[in-house]
Structure formats: C-alpha cells, structure tokens
Design a protein around this ligand. Structure first.
Ligand code: SF4
Ligand code: SF4
Length: 420
C-alpha cells in the first residue's frame, strides 16, 4: 500500500494513503479521542469528539482519510476546548449519574470526562425524562445514557444479519429503538458484545453488569505515584495564624464529609494550621467567626438548604462546592426527571415501608419546603471553586484548601477524580 506524508500539529507523520485519520494518528503515537469510531465500522461521524482542523477547516477526524500534504491540527487549545464542550453537552443532555451507574469505571465517556478534565459543565443540565427499557430478553437499554453514537445500530446484528437497533424520532427526541424480535435471537456473546461496544452504560446485559467489581474495571487503575499524601504541613505552618474553615452538608449523603475524615491522622496536622468553625465535624451549629473557606457538600433540594447556602456565602471569603451533588445536583437530582408530586407519592404513600392506605404527605410550617428540582449550588449563590468527585478523595479536598490558604503547590492527576 502506498504511504503518504502529512503533518499533525506541525509534526511530520506518515501512514498508508487513505487510512482513517484516527488510526493514522494512532500509528504515529497521537491519540485522537472518539466515542463513535469503532475499528471496522465505516466512519460514523456522529459524536464529533474527534473534531480536528484540516487546512484550517473543522471536521470530524474519523471521517478523514489521510493524504499527502495535509496540515492537521489536533491538540490546539481551541480544539481541546471544543472537545471538552462537546463532551459537556453530552453530559448535560443525558442523565448521567455515574456513582449509581453499572458501567462506571468501564465507561469510555466517563473516562474521556476525566481525560479532558471536566470538573463541572458550562451548560445547564436538562434532566429530560427518558425511559429505561427492560422489555428485551437479554439486555436493558437505558435511554438516559445514550449519546446516539450509532455504534449499536451499525454493529449489533443477529446471525441472520438483521439489525437489532435503529434510531427513531428526530432531533432532541431521537432514541435508539429496539427490535424485540431480533433482540431475542441474540446469543449471550452477541449481547455481551453490544454492551461492550456501547461507549456508555446505555446497553447492559441482564445479570452481567456488575460482573467486574469496582476497582478492577478498565479505567479504575490509580497509579500509586499519583497519590499525594497530606503530610509535612505541621512543621512549615505551626507558627502562622490559624485559618478558619466551615463545612456543611446540604442535599448530599455525608459521603464528602466522611471523605474529609479519611485523611486519618492527617487531621492532627490540619488542626495545627486551621480551625473549624460551623461544621458537622465540630458540631458548631452557628457561625461565630467570619471564615476563610466554606466547604459545601450537597446541592439544594429544599428551602432550608438555600438558607444555609446563603449564610455560607455571607460568612466565607471563598466558597467551594465539594462533590457532584454540590456541583450539579448529583444523585439527589435523579428525581429531577420526575414531577415532584410523583416523588412525594412514591416516598410517603406507596413506598415499601408505607402503612397500608397511608394518605398523609408531611407538610408543616416547621418543615422546609421541598423545591420542584434539586439545584446545583452555583445556580443559587456565587461559587468560587468546584472539587469534583463522588466523593472527592480526602487528600484532594485538603490539598485544595492548603493551596488556597498557603499557596502550596500541588497537582491532581485525572485518575484521582473518581465517581465510583
Ligand atoms: S458511567 Fe454511566 S452515568 Fe457515567 S458517563 Fe458513563 S454511562 Fe453515563
Ligand atoms: S445505545 Fe450505546 S452504542 Fe447505541 S447509540 Fe446509544 S450510546 Fe451509542
């Protein structure tokens, strides 16, 4: 096969003429991320994550065949940001609750989120109500996580060559439709292949989705060298005036606070340099001093959360959203895809623990009013920083605090941003 020469980000490259750019770049040691391109499939060009520029024109990289004298831009600041924005749009358009997702740790989209450094999204989450279809024989399709990449439509076929999936509807209403009759003909292996080629957790095989435990999954590995221990601050800071930190938990599970305590004996070092004010860690209920930093776990699901958050904004110089629930609603925001009345009915009248013929939904002036949606904190007050993760690791949280208070240098590698 005839070779050709081209340039990627100014670097001279060679590959077989006509080879797909994603593959050609890979052969030259350059990684172009994509969520729809898959080995032998014809270029789909659906996800646009592989957007590059050829001779100055933006185009989906997977649809390009390399030729002589091409001048290709891949990792310019503009393109890196474009890629990140495309991924952010995918996250807000679907309902991606990674900590409760069966594919977490094995999910290509989640991993690209880490790779591109997404900590929060510049777009609001849409929380569209979508179904999870468990009617097929072997698989479950969760439309909340589908990014319409088309891999399953092109790749999943029965032994007779019939397609199992197809797109239906148009625009924002497009979903993957399942041909139930054909699906029932899939072998166990074919069903497993469908789950594997789906770059998200949209296609799952019944009874197989937790076969690999968290920690052993494809993108789970955290190299030891990336773990930055919290130590050594005692000696350096013992003489400086103590800084004041407050913490609170709004609509969260207290997991972020548990994570803060995971610093173990490091907490003794922390006490040398910071003092806690209002916080569940001290059980101080009201602010008694103005604080340097406020750490807020959880978003706002009721009027009391909003009150507390505003109080934190007033009393803290720097306000930080800690963890996914604070950043965009997280797991409590799963209810945003249902009307509030339905959620209340389900919780108080029709839950497994409800009394028979229960008719009362608690409602009293002393009980905070539940909001129609769970809101991320930055939609209520100005938030200065976000610490992503579910929960973020203890060293991550305290290294951010140390960095802000004492200008201590640190860096956090992407595998540290964990959501499972
Ligand atoms: S792990 Fe699940 S919820 Fe998270 S991005 Fe992947 S498909 Fe979406
Ligand atoms: S179900 Fe999965 S493979 Fe199919 S279009 Fe959606 S994201 Fe792509």
């Amino acid at each position: 096969m005839e070779n050709c020469s081209f340039k990627i980000d100014g670097r001279s490259c060679t590959a077989e003429k006509g080879l797909n750019l994603i593959e050609a770049a890979k052969r030259n040691g350059i990684f172009i991320p994509t969520l729809c391109h898959f080995k032998h499939l014809n270029p789909l060009g659906t996800c646009r994550v592989c957007t590059v520029k050829i001779n100055g024109r933006a185009i989906a990289g997977c649809t390009v065949h390399v030729a002589d004298d091409m001048d290709i831009e891949v990792n310019t600041p503009e393109l890196l940001d474009t890629r990140k924005a495309i991924l952010e749009m995918m996250f807000v358009e679907g309902n991606h609750f990674c900590p409760s997702c069966e594919k977490s740790g094995d999910c290509q989209m989640q991993n690209l989120g880490y790779e591109t450094g997404i900590k929060y999204t510049r777009f609001p989450h849409l929380f569209i109500d979508r179904i999870t279809d468990a009617r097929p024989e072997r698989i479950v399709v969760n439309q909340n996580r589908c990014i319409k990449c088309m891999r399953c439509v092109e790749e999943v076929k029965t032994f007779d060559g019939y397609k199992v999936f197809n797109f239906t509807n148009k625009g924002n209403k497009t979903i993957v439709a399942i041909d139930y009759e054909q699906e029932s003909k899939l072998s166990e292996l074919q069903a497993a292949h469908a789950m594997q080629i789906c770059p998200t957790g949209s296609i799952l095989v019944k009874g197989k989705s937790f076969s690999k435990p968290f920690g052993d999954r494809q993108f789970d590995i955290i190299p030891e060298e990336n773990i930055v221990p919290l130590n050594g601050i005692k000696k350096q800071r013992a003489t400086t005036k103590k800084k004041i930190v407050a913490t609170t938990s709004l609509a969260g599970c207290f997991g972020c606070h548990m994570s803060m305590l995971d610093v173990d004996l490091g907490i003794l070092d922390l006490f040398e340099v910071i003092e806690f004010n209002k916080s569940p860690l001290t059980d101080i209920k009201n602010f008694t001093k103005h604080c340097d930093i406020g750490l807020v776990e959880g978003g706002c699901c009721n009027t009391h959360n909003i009150e507390v958050l505003r109080e934190f904004r007033k009393n803290c110089d720097i306000l930080i959203s800690v963890g996914e629930c604070a950043i965009w609603g997280g797991l409590p925001a799963m209810r945003n895809t249902f009307p509030l009345e339905e959620c209340l009915k389900e919780s108080y009248l029709e839950s497994m623990t409800s009394e028979e013929n229960e008719t009362t939904i608690p409602n009293h002036e002393d009980i905070p009013k539940i909001l129609n949606n769970v809101y991320p904190n930055h939609e209520i007050v100005k938030i200065d920083l976000h610490i992503p993760g579910c929960p973020p690791d203890a060293n991550h949280i305290w290294n951010v605090v140390k960095n802000l208070l004492f200008k201590e240098e640190y860096s956090i590698m992407h595998p540290k941003f964990k959501y499972d």
